[in-house]
Design a protein around this ligand. Sequence first.
Ligand code: F6R
Length: 644
Amino acid sequence: MCGIIGFSGAGNAGSKQGNCESSVDIVLNGLKSLEYRGYDSSGVAYYDETDNKIKSIKKSGKLVNLSAELSCIKPVESNTAIGHIRWATHGRPTDDNAHPHLDCSGNIAIVHNGIIENYAVLKNKLIGKGHKFITPTDSEVIAHLIEDYMKDGAKTFYEAVRLASLDLLGAFAFLAMNADEKSICAVKYGPPLVMVNKDKEIYFASDVSPLIQYSDEVIYLKNSEIAYFKDGLLKLTDFKGKPLNKTVTKIDWDASRAVKTGFSHFMQKEIFEQPSCLLDAFSSRIISVKNDGSAADSNKSDSIFSGFKIMLEDVRLTKKDIDKAGRIIITACGSSYYAGLVIKYITETICGIPVIVEYGSEFRYENFPVSKNDIFIGISQSGETADTNSALEIAKEKKAGILSITNVPGSQITTMSDKGVIYTHAGPEIGVASTKAFTTQIMCGLLLALRIKEIKDTASDAGKNLSGVNFFDEIVNLPKKAEQILFLNDSIKEIAKKYYKNTNFLYLGRGILYPIALEGALKLKEISYIHAEGYPAGEMKHGPIALVDENMPVLFLLSNNMLAPKTISNIEEIKARGGKVIAVADYEPDIDGISDIIKIPASAEVLSPILYTIPLQILAYHIAALKGTDIDQPRNLAKSVTVE
Ligand code: F6R
């Protein structure tokens, strides 16, 4: 959703140590890193040292509009500033509705991410007390509410912010700055807020990506916490005012991974990073052991565990937990949900444990019977998706065990995961459409399934049909195979040229590749705005076949397994109706009339979804590039969906 940034410190107006840029430059730079979170308008408020006033500059449209406006007023002498990039909820994306919002006096400025559910009630009350509102947004109410508490005698700006926070309902993370004190308060209740505090300076952001250039040690605010920065000192309290200790989280992301490095788009770069991200996801988590009985258990030599061991020390599941549960429930949204569907297939195949996959947004309002014995797995790139986290909170209230697969260290999902966190180690994902996060989630899901099987019972019948699979070799060789697929980039671009003017697409797959059909269709619609549907191939004749004619390209995911003859029959049915067939296949299918074929390396079935995903990402990318859409920031989408 929206991105917020703040800085206070030495700056260009302060001491010689510390960051010598103006706070406005720092905030503008931060907004550039957060552009993927919201991009319909943006703004900055800064404390102007020359006249001791808060100045606010806001522009609708992309961040370049704000940069252009700011370049006209530079140089600015300021050491305290806040900024915002908006994804509109209440009020159209106009200059006025952009954040920051000011109070009546102009001494308080706020930037907000989230939704204030009781804003109308608060606004009416404040209007009754003489406050003048200039926007229809829910956020403006925060500035006036703080002002009101100041007028009512709050001794410090912090105290006014604390009291205002207690009045707010909904989900909110905001920064509030005050001209009289030259202080900033950060408040979190729902959406994320992270800080770097060093050398009497503070940097605030809605996620870690703009902060890693300043430090790899960050502080995550937790729900119902307030950070108050004044005169170079940081104080942390809860909403009741109780002082709290700072917990520092180390981020192992390399700042250079958040720049495009020669690629046209972040999405393209992130697609091409997948071989190394996959390697990072499994290296040190799967280790080779000898089969002579010295290191590996000899009774494993004929099982799927022959020759390797899974090292997922962060997973705190016991055999008793797994036996008592008898099932696993995965909850996630969007692409992470599709990764969950793949992990269901993998887990059921390897462990023989039934897995239920639920959308976070559905789970939270349905009457799903949760038992305290249940094991939940939350999957989320950002770790901040409101629907996923709310579903997990419900499970947690019922005392179920929570595990998570996420990309962001210290994110909210990690704080709920009493049974452990598996980090995908994909590094910052800036493109709004998930790519490397998705494939590494599947890799982590596979490692987790192997670990569960290891804990549960390596000798059980479940997974026996996989005994011919050399998992160690398959996993270790996967990055090389992913790289081979990247070499198909130019030929996939040629295919894109044939189809980018089409207005509809069908993606079909069976079994473990069905979720990849869903993911392929989602990628295409997200970034190219072409309507695309993913379906299980066997369901085609139960409805979607009515859509098929010469204008409907149908992309099949075809694997050389026992389902191949059935999928080939479906291809024949499409051909018979004049539909154009594109196939992604791990073998040369013996069938005529496929218009385009993308041949990928073969792998064990449980790993194949990762490989089948990559050509679909590349195809969607090139189709979108040919259409000239905004690939990294597709219309209406936000990277991190922190509101319902
Ligand atoms: C699709 C996409 C979204 C996210 C979804 C969940 O390309 O990026 O569908 O997968 O919003 O986000 P996370 O994984 O952060 O919970």
